[in-house]
Ligand binder design. Sequence first.
Ligand code: CUA
Length: 312
Amino acid sequence: MNHAALHPAGPLAQEIARLFWAFTSVTGIVYLIVIGILVYALRRRRTTDPGAQEAGAARALRFIGLGVGLSAVVLVVLAVNDFIGNRRLNAGQVNPIRVKVTAHQWWWEVEYVDSQPSLRVTTANELALPVGRPVMLQMTSTDVIHSFWVPNLNGKKDLLPGYTTHLALIASQAGAYTGECAEFCGFQHAQMRLDVAAKSPDDFAHWLDAQRSAAAEPDSDPARHGRDVFLKTSCHLCHAIQGTEASARLGPDLTHLASRAHIAAGARPNDSANLAAWILDPQSIKPGTRMPSTKLSGEDLNALVAYLRNLR
Ligand code: CUA
């Protein structure tokens, strides 16, 4: 399962699952004991003998004392457990990969930080990480409060406008996981997902290298025409494609758009038909989205899609 907090794929999520099961089993057992005592009490016969009543009252007092004592012990055990869990989840990570995550209504901007500007990578709605090495996310928001959640890898963390919050992710097995926004943030809160790929260290290095390269040159006449459409209509006012003049950062960076599995933050699979529909009328796919519709002739639209599909 690629979207399940109780199928942890790393030590941090494992810690949360451990806490969940510890709390659920302890409180479940307490519940059963309480119900058992309740049933026992309801089935007891009343007595009218004053001696027996007095003995019963004394026994009830001892019982209540025992119950209070046991409850206190259980609560202390759970509190210590919780404290230990929090310490483990918030421990510093050794040699992490640093990634900036910026939430927008309604998509994720993801930037792999590097002291050398030419080695920085900007992508959208996808996050790759190498198995076994921690990734430290530095997160913020440009508009409202969002919450980052990849249940297989760690718990939720809010992204707040004007603040930076941090969250570590560690994957211990390769795989594809789904992340999502976990705090209501407007119309399209439900379509604010990201694809998370835990790769072997070699695969991750290849992926990062590929992402660092400039956009692929168009390889056909329609694709070349599509690039002109991109640069001469309104597309370049919001989007960047490295290696062209388009460098705006209002919308997702499209340099390697074709390598992504989805468009519009998980709203649709990434294929030609969906891309065309999205460009022509984004509101019909994601009502409220900040992406304006682009009126294009059939030929220009096909050329633009051919160009975008070429951006591997
Ligand atoms: Cu962003 Cu909900």
